[in-house]
Design a protein around this ligand. Structure first.
Ligand code: FAD
Length: 400
């Protein structure tokens, strides 16, 4: 290979401590020609796929891993700060702390934000499970309500029949039964409703998978409502297709939109608001955009973000050594959606498996997910946290 005659190390700046950013930073840091800096506004890495489980009795640790642990012993400069501005002419970025950082190559992996589509009342009254902070608030509410009212809410409503909503709906009844017992509440029925605007839940999966998932939810006692539009929310109810459903517990899992950084900094955006990238995931000269931010066919999945992080490492290296680098080939994803304990729907192309086999695949997939960013022994320890259960909620402990 034809190495470039640089005497100074290439400054590679990666922004975003999620799946895509960490994967890229870890792999790039193996090349001694590169000085790698990772910037993230959080001190931990969020393993989003298990957030539904954290919200329903699992440990917080399974969904949040300290970045210091993942980056330990590596060759990465970590800065805990927020990217606010890009200066293309000086090839530098500005952070919230007003620090300016120059780059030779910039990799952006900022993830998405919640979108309420302007529906009135949702941002104020609904709950979310897109981060450990949101999960904490949701769990506090579940417990507080039982503690204060001495009975469950009239309805527990989950909006969004995508994987996150379906997973939460499947796990919620069991968790509610457990915590009602803890709060000394007996023989109370729990009404869980799952609301989806499309004609079927899991609309991105094959119809057979949607049907199996809906059947499973029904068996768990969940009312699945499809073709229903959420129109507004107030303190006591959710308006769905012109009818009010009483509830103080609405979880919004339905919408996300791209990180506002890209619009604010004049990136070229696709119709769905994602950043337009070329066949090397390059958005502009020396700027790569990966994971949820990039307008690629399978963006919006952790596995795609990890794959993208791996791809840009190769592309940056290829270009450093004077080569063009192979074009990006989108990787067809597998999906596996757990619905209640011991059951999951697995899908990869025409291969579909449901039930216990699906559940076992999901367990294996989580191990692989952790191992994408950690050595096998750390990934195994991390994976074991999925089998731990919360001992006591903070609210029960303080209010007893
Ligand atoms: C509840 C839930 C469940 C999910 N389940 C699955 C699943 O089962 N399987 C699957 O494949 N995918 C799943 N996903 C999707 C998956 O989590 C995302 O596709 C993946 O996280 C995208 O990776 P990313 O690197 O693009 O962004 P992220 O992982 O979101 O990382 C973005 C990082 O950038 C940081 N950041 C943001 N803005 C700034 C800034 N301005 N400056 C500095 N840092 C910044 C953020 O704090 C974050 O650390 C799920 C998502 C959610 C919310």
């Amino acid at each position: 290979m034809n190495k470039k005659t640089n005497t100074e190390k290439q400054q590679i700046v990666v922004v975003g401590g999620g799946f895509g950013g960490i994967k890229a930073a870890l792999e790039l840091s193996h090349n001694e020609e590169f000085e790698v800096t990772l910037i993230s506004d959080k001190l931990d890495f969020r393993y989003n796929p298990t957030l539904y489980h954290t919200a329903t009795g699992g440990l917080f640790r399974q969904s949040a891993i300290p970045l210091s642990e993942i980056l330990e012993g590596g060759n990465i400069n970590f800065i805990n700060d927020k990217l606010v501005k890009l200066d293309r002419t000086t090839k530098s970025i500005e952070l919230e702390s007003e620090k300016i950082l120059a780059y030779d190559k910039l990799v952006l992996a900022l993830g998405v934000i919640t979108n309420y589509f302007g529906i009135e009342g949702l941002s104020k009254y609904s709950y979310g499970i897109k981060s450990p902070e949101e999960v904490k608030r949701f769990k506090a509410h579940l417990h507080e309500l039982l503690q204060d009212e001495g009975k469950p809410d009239i309805n527990y409503i989950i909006v969004g029949g995508g994987p996150s909503g379906v997973e939460l709906a499947g796990a919620l009844p069991t968790y509610m039964r457990q915590i009602m017992k803890r709060h000394g509440i007996k023989n109370r029925r729990i009404n869980v409703k799952l609301i989806e605007a499309a004609p079927r839940i899991l609309p991105n999966s094959a119809e057979k998978v949607s049907v199996a998932a809906a059947k499973r939810l029904k068996k768990l006692g969940i009312q699945v409502m499809v073709h229903k539009m959420v129109q507004g929310m107030d303190e006591d109810s959710l308006m769905v297709s012109s009818k009010d459903i009483p509830s103080h517990t609405v979880v919004w899992t339905a919408g996300t939109s791209n990180n506002p950084f890209f619009k604010d900094n004049d990136f070229n955006l696709s119709e769905r608001g994602k950043v337009t990238v070329d066949e090397h995931l390059i958005a502009e000269e020396d700027i790569y955009v990966v994971g949820d931010n990039a307008n690629t066919p399978y963006s919006g999945l952790a596995q795609t973000a990890v794959y993208d992080g791996h791809y840009v490492t190769h592309d940056i290296e290829a270009k450093y050594y004077g080569n063009e680098g192979d074009a990006y080939k989108p990787k067809f994803p597998a999906t596996v959606v757990p619905i209640g304990y011991g059951w999951a729907a697995f899908e990869y192309g025409k291969l579909r498996l449901t039930g216990w086999t699906g559940w076992m695949i999901r367990e294996a997939a989580d191990w692989v997910g952790y191992h994408d960013l950690e050595p096998w022994w750390k990934a195994s320890q991390q994976w074991a946290t999925e089998f731990g259960a919360e001992e006591e909620c903070e609210i029960c402990a303080t209010k007893k």
